[in-house]
Design a protein around this ligand. Structure first.
Ligand SMILES: Nc1ncnc2c1ncn2[C@@H]1O[C@H](COP(=O)(O)OP(=O)(O)O)[C@@H](O)[C@H]1O
Ligand SMILES: [Mg+2]
Length: 464
């Protein structure tokens, strides 16, 4: 019987991940992520190349199948039969690729993304996954332990990926797995000789997964919804076993690696490659280094594998993650931009919520600057911004709905009173619009002007 690959070939072609060029990926990231130019670039290129490689593999497989089909040869049957889409093993694919000797096998490039807390690591990964439309899972490494010990096995990340791809193994096998807080797996230098099941043991367990292996995962999958006698919906769960090949999964390791900059600094200065600018930085900022060529860079941008192993990562794991990129700590200007500039920026989100209950939220530029200043002092990157906004607006959010208040102003005085029990937010009823505009103009001419245009009124601003 002559094998018919038509369906299989179509399936392979359909399953290819459409991946925009790196410049487009970066542009998409720019919409959401402030700063971090080099991090966004490295990630865009790495992700692009990863899917290029997967698609290349698939294309070659499809080409081979087509050729086979054209050849009028029964003996092919046995070979082709072994490359069904659902149970293709990497060896079989590699085997079929190797037959074309012009073939060049591209090797997988996993990524390590370093950067202080709240600098946008997770946000970059999530945003990329969204534009690529591939399944994605984030697993916090601190919850993992070596198999056989209390805690989760490393396979948890694959299990989650499978759930996020709606139990579609083919899709899961092309997904992105983020291993967050991987720095917490570093073995302390004091642990030499002792058994370290949550640190080094997990690093060992991750090796195989990252390199490519077939893992067996058992998940409880919701199968059918029934109504019980009280008419409540019950979801039956059935345990199913899946086999997921991890060799095409892109692994992105992330971590803050607090203190790694000191390792880098030590190496750089002891080799006379540069010197530190201000070593007396506070614990939230990263050492800056003056290089011989005159540039000043954050120490993390100079990280090499050696630094990572001296930090406590095992060399084998570092060796499987060839791309290292780092994000910078965000400065006050970045934080200010994050409040207003990205798509779905924080300020827009609050304004949208307030709109839902009929209140226009007005925040002056001076207030925004002060919020950024406060967030910078907290040292949790952009994460601090949300907390400050919440604190500022909690009361307003409590008082305003259904109260006749139509406008709320947050100005610099409001932010100055954030630590008092009585935050000085200004409320205006519908008829108070002129007062609102006067108060805004006092601190923010541009915003005042914009408001007047928007509301189609003119206030005489005698103070100007
Ligand atoms: N560079 C950035 N641009 C825009 N928003 C950011 C940036 N960095 C952080 N944020 C904001 O802070 C939040 C936390 O950032 P996240 O990416 O989770 O930090 P981490 O680097 O610790 O993973 C994000 O959800 C986002 O709102
Ligand atoms: Mg994170």
């Amino acid at each position: 019987v002559k094998p018919d690959h038509t369906r299989l070939i179509k399936e392979i072609q359909r399953s290819m991940v459409k991946v925009p060029p790196p410049r487009k990926l970066k542009k998409f990231l720019d919409n959401y992520i402030v700063g971090q130019e080099s991090g966004k670039k490295v990630m865009s290129v790495a992700v692009y190349n990863h899917y290029l490689r997967i698609n290349d593999k698939a294309r070659k497989l499809a080409k081979r199948l087509k050729e086979e089909q054209q050849r009028d040869d029964d003996s092919i049957y046995t070979l082709s039969n072994s490359v069904e889409p659902s149970n293709k093993s990497p060896e079989e694919i590699t085997f079929s690729l190797d037959q074309e000797d012009e073939d060049l096998e591209l090797s997988k490039s996993n990524i390590l993304l370093l950067g202080p807390s709240g600098s946008g690591k997770t946000l970059i990964a999530k945003t990329l996954a969204r534009v690529l439309n591939v399944p994605f899972s984030i697993t916090d490494c601190t919850q993992l332990t070596q198999a056989g010990y209390i805690g989760e096995d490393v396979e948890l990340c694959i299990e989650r990926l499978l759930v996020n791809s709606d139990y579609n193994v083919d899709r899961a096998e092309k997904g992105i797995v983020v291993l967050d807080e991987v720095d917490k797996l570093a073995k302390p230098s004091s642990s030499i000789g002792t058994k370290d099941v949550s640190g080094e043991g997990v690093q060992q367990a991750l090796l195989k997964l990252i390199e490519g292996t077939t893992v067996q995962v058992q998940v409880k999958r919701p199968v059918n919804k029934d109504k019980d006698s009280q008419n409540n919906t019950t979801v039956a769960k059935k345990t199913e076993t899946f086999h997921v090949d991890t060799s095409n999964i892109l692994f992105v390791l992330m971590g803050a690696f607090v203190g790694l900059d000191k390792h880098v600094l030590k190496r750089i200065t002891s080799n006379d490659l540069g010197k530190t600018v201000d070593s007396a930085t506070n614990k939230h900022t990263i050492c800056q280094i003056d290089l011989e060529d005159g540039r000043t860079v954050g120490a993390l941008s100079l990280v090499n594998p050696q630094d990572l192993t001296s930090y406590g990562m095992i060399p084998e794991l570092v060796g499987r993650v060839p791309i290292i990129s780092s994000l910078d700590s965000l400065d006050e200007t970045d934080l200010l931009s994050i409040l207003t500039e990205p798509k779905n920026a924080l300020l827009m989100q609050y304004q949208y919520i307030f709109e839902q209950f009929g209140v226009k939220l007005v925040v002056t530029n001076k207030a925004l600057s002060k919020i950024s200043e406060l967030a910078l002092r907290e040292g949790t990157g952009a994460r601090g911004l949300r907390g400050i906004m919440e604190r500022l607006l909690l009361n307003v959010n409590y008082e305003c709905p259904d109260s006749g208040i139509q406008y709320v102003l947050v100005n610099s005085e409001t932010v100055d009173t954030i630590d008092s029990g009585d935050i000085d937010t200004k409320y205006y009823a519908r008829g108070d619009i002129f007062h609102l505009i006067e108060d805004v103009l006092e601190e923010d001419k541009a915003l005042g002007g914009k408001l007047q245009d928007e509301l189609n009124i003119k206030v005489n601003d005698e103070k100007s």
